[in-house]
Write a protein of this length. Sequence first.
Length: 583
Amino acid sequence: MTKLESFANELLLDLFEYFDGIHLLNAFYGLNHRFNQLLLHHFHNYSFDFRSISKRHFNLACREYLPLVNDQIVSLHLSDDDETPKLPELFLSQIFTFEYFIYLKSLSLYCIRSLDLLNQIVIQCRQLSSLTRLNIINFYVDYEENIAVILMNNIWSLNLIQCHLDNFYSGGRCFFGIDTVCTTMKYLSIENIYCDLTVVYHLFQYTPNLRQLSTASDYCSDDQSIYAKGLLISKFELSFEGSIQCLTNLFQHMPNLRSLTLKTSDIKLNGYQLEDIFREYLPKLKVFRLKMNFHFNESTDKARQIDELLNTYRTAFWLEQHRWFVQCDWDPHDIFDRVILYTLPYAFSDFFYIDTIQSQSTASNQLNNSSYDRVNTLRYCYGPTVSTLGSICKTYRFDRICRLKLHIPCRNSFWLSIPTLNYLKYLEVTIHDESNLVQLQSLLNRVPHLYSLTIRSSLKSPITLDQMYSNSSIRRLDLMTKSAVRLRYFTTEECHLLIHSSLIQQCEVLLISVENRMVICDIVKTMNNLRALTFQCQDDKWNYCDLWATGDELVHWLVECFPSTFFIVRDKTQTSKIHLWIR
């Protein structure tokens, strides 16, 4: 057997590239002088990902590792979610300003809940000449617009090449106040933040060298004046809710567009219309991906309407010149007559599957069978009938699902579309009947790399896991369950049964609703692997109006119960939740 010490230095340095900085230093630092020299003086591509980290390893990294390699760190990930509550603030409290990481190239911030903190970080990043990529994902603060504008201008003042902004709580109005021109930015992604097209046009003016843009827009006047002329954008991803005329106005100013990914709602674009737009305004377009959600006019003859629509996509322009094929999916039992039309192969990360789905395509069956490899998030709904399932299941095949949301029971026909679940890491299950629990265990037997399990239940009492489920890979368990009208709480007896189950004992992250706060002490004491706990408590007396007068009684009680090394905080946006970062 070849020993690791016999590897050449160049090979070891290549190997180090595959490790997160914390795991790399944990594994190799201190083994011998040679490894220390490689780690401290020759390896210059450290990436530290502080998501899903234990408090102990976080403290170790801040105390011992970061001071050793601060000038060798090129990537940082910081998160303030339920697994690492308040981590970004703790990170800065360790006397780490971002100016400290002089060669940082990429910074990713997740679930930040403080506008002041986010502004503080961005301002510090002005000193980082190597920083070219910034990701801010799930920013939950409801802020004053003028303060948000300051944040956006601070971001635009950085010398970024790539910027990704995803899911801002207050929407896209903050972008309209940008008055700082960023000439370096070439790749901008604004996901799950709806801006009207006026804001998009404004962004064009202040990021004049954009080559790729991903955004969502929900409104614009058909006669909106457009000030951005001759845009350089070659790749455009747009989620749009508006009129066909607005789209036409926009595409008129994108003569360099080579790749277009378009998602629309409540617009029915036929093939003739798109062909005219592409021929007149987008002569360089080579890649086109479409996902169009719309409603049919009231009619019992849906099949005829779909066939007429698909015929507009069967011209030589679509089938021969570009080989762009489309498919229509619809549910004949849907009273709202919803239809989805998309290009093949399917180009989007999420897909909604229902048993009764019917489909018709301009492509061959051979293409259909391998068209869903890009889907990593799949939602399943149990249909009322299966009269049309015979030939439909062969059309759908999802081989790379990372996230699965489904209602149990599932019909066997659904499992035929998922031949393997080896990539599945996140599973959310809704259960309506105790007789379906066996199917859940059968599912858990098929997911060897599952990290997170979320169980939603409409049963009269919360689900207990004693002697029920097993899966050795699960580390995160979410049992916060709501009925149609109220939150369900685990009783003390149910909690005691729960925490002695093997599945609970192996978990590192737990989310749960309990009747009595006293059981929280038992959970923390009994679950030896637990590093983060988020809970809601029925006897929580906290009230925002009384906060300044009486303080947070439950948080104060928890502070008295647990060691000072525990980090305890109430969620700012979902105030019924308490976060504990334990070990």
